[in-house]
Design a protein around this ligand. Sequence first.
Ligand code: SF4
Length: 489
Amino acid sequence: MERLNNILFTHSYFLRFDPKQWAQGQPYPPLGTLYAASLMRQNDYQVSLFDTMFTHTPDEVVAAIDETHPGFFVIYDDGFNYLTKMCLTNMREAAFKMCKMAKARGCKVIVSSSDSTDRFKDYLQEGADFVIIGEAEHTLLELANAIKGGVEDFSGIHGLAYLQQQTPVKTAARPVLKELDTLPLPAWDLVDITPYRECWLKHKGYFSLNIGTTRGCPFKCNWCAKPIYGNRYNSRSPEDVITEIKLLKDNFKMDHIWFCDDIFGLKPGWVTQFALLVEHENLKFRYKIQSRADLLLEEETVRALAASGCDNVWIGAESGSQKVLDAMDKGISVQQIFTATQLMKKHGIKPSFFIQFGYPGETKEDITQTIGMINNLLPYEIGISVSYPLPGTLFYERVKADLQQKTNWTDSDEMALMFSNTFSTAYYKQLHRYVHQNYHAHLAKYNLVKLLNSPFKTNIKLIKKAASVLYHAPAMIVERYKLNQLEKA
Ligand code: SF4
């Protein structure tokens, strides 16, 4: 086979290198990679996938290279997954290693990821021949066709970085893809789904897969990096999404979907139309989305979400302090978080909160307000992080001068604060533990009251939840004591 017709795709997320995610056991296949592979296959390239998700080391890619003998080795991260946006150093080092190994085996090495978009010079130095900047499918196709056709001047290909006489150069930005339905469905057949299903069933008791319905987010929270899909917002049609759901249900029998969009269903009328199609096709599945408090204030929208199977919505609540929300340019109010949460609960949707501590200027009083909001609203789950300056954001520019040598976390649980702030890194790590215990203690207390109020309507699950107060309440006191010690230190 003509070697330049042959592409080996991989990505640089290794679940084992991210201990928190490994323990949680809820991995999603690399959707972005599958989109790119599908487009290349539609254009007559022979494609295969080396999925790093469950592998032990980057060295394992060598066997795949030797077996498939590709002309192109493409490290293409899943830009839909927030874990790849964190630019973790464990994954970066693995990517560098794979670049070198593929290059040593005579491949043209192409990289597309959030991290390589930010640090293209580093990737070019580490063996990548080309780095694709931003949304990458069509750039990859144009580049591969050009190389195959013997082209040597790449300056006319938009969205690319490469070395020209040892100097990194970047071409003009590529316009975003607006008609998302024109892309072929992801090449789901390339993934070995079995370990994903086993992992989900073992850890959660059900099997979830990921689908993207949109690209980009038009909001401007000033710490949020969107290096791949940017500030635009484009949607697939509800009909196209339904086709993919049917395909996944037929082939993989998943029980649950994570719609991995930054913001699900922002386009007016999209959710209502989607709900009608789900009903018309008699599709049964549960799903989870990310949205914003200010988009969940209309009862009709929340009702349509619930009717179509949505059972969990994660919102970036971030803080219970209006002052901090405003400093973040979050564009929502604390009151909206309260209203949206109550509306979701009314319709049987579980609201979950992303919470962020450590934003510059945040005081003890702001932290207390955030804890109060969590105790008051009792979301279904909380995900706590500390402010993380990513290149390309206004927040990064603000704290750049203050950044210590370390600019990225090694894995998603590191929680190191990389600039000086009101409190120390140790304090924020302890705050994380305390807030979790505090949340669980309040949840247990809530369930205890529920049990005492209706003792004849009880079940074993509720009794267990209520009884957990015996563990969480004392644990919370211990964690608070440790936090107070760190505050004084
Ligand atoms: S709404 Fe979410 S995705 Fe959009 S800018 Fe804010 S944090 Fe980022």
